[in-house]
Design a protein around this ligand. Sequence first.
Ligand SMILES: [Fe+2]
Ligand SMILES: [Fe+2]
Length: 245
Amino acid sequence: MKSTILYEGRYQWIVFGRDPDKPDGIIDTNQYLVVDGKRSLLIDPGGIEIFSAMLAAVLRYTDIDHLTDLFASHQDPDIISSLGLWDQALPHAKLYAPWIWESFLRHFGLNHIEYHSIPDEGQVIRLESAELTFLPAHYLHSSGNFNVYDPVAKILMSGDIGAALEPDGAPMFVKDFDEHIPKMELFHQRWMPSNRAKQAWINRVRKLDIEYMAPQHGRIFSGENVQRFLDWFEQLEVGTGISED
Ligand SMILES: [Fe+2]
Ligand SMILES: [Fe+2]
């Protein structure tokens, strides 16, 4: 599992991905970890197939006792089907996830970890010095869905928004935005259901100071590519799976 440090200050942001041992036929995912002293938040921990690779990778940056908090942006298996295994590895941890998915996510096996429901309007949590906002991103694509925003690191972890479908081993950062568009187009048109939700999210996110927009699939946008993504997404028609006949 490859890891890259995204931010280094009083705490760290690390991205994990591009696992060469990932089984074929499952979508590649990016997992994020915020390490803040004796508290760490693992963001969208990933599918059951990558659990052992993720556990080993995370323990290079923090002790198991300091891995205290998990976050699931929504209910998809590529986000959190590993929950039952984390539940055994981290019996005292807390999971932050959308309130609407609690009775669904418990199917993954939640016997020890405490489920903390995020209300629809989102919330702010504090680790040691890091203050993180769970920002509403409902219907993009899941009907209960949050991003994670850090105003100090200027990172927006955008979940499936900004995702790209591309071959294994792709670079971690977008270099040429125009070249990247075809890799994102179908995903956003087909997986995102609502133009109205898209516009509400863009309006919310345009007010934020963002250096890195970090999705759960594909490459991370930095600097002016963040604004270019917002402009591109704004003009894109989504919800293309609807048939009128
Ligand atoms: Fe998803
Ligand atoms: Fe996803």
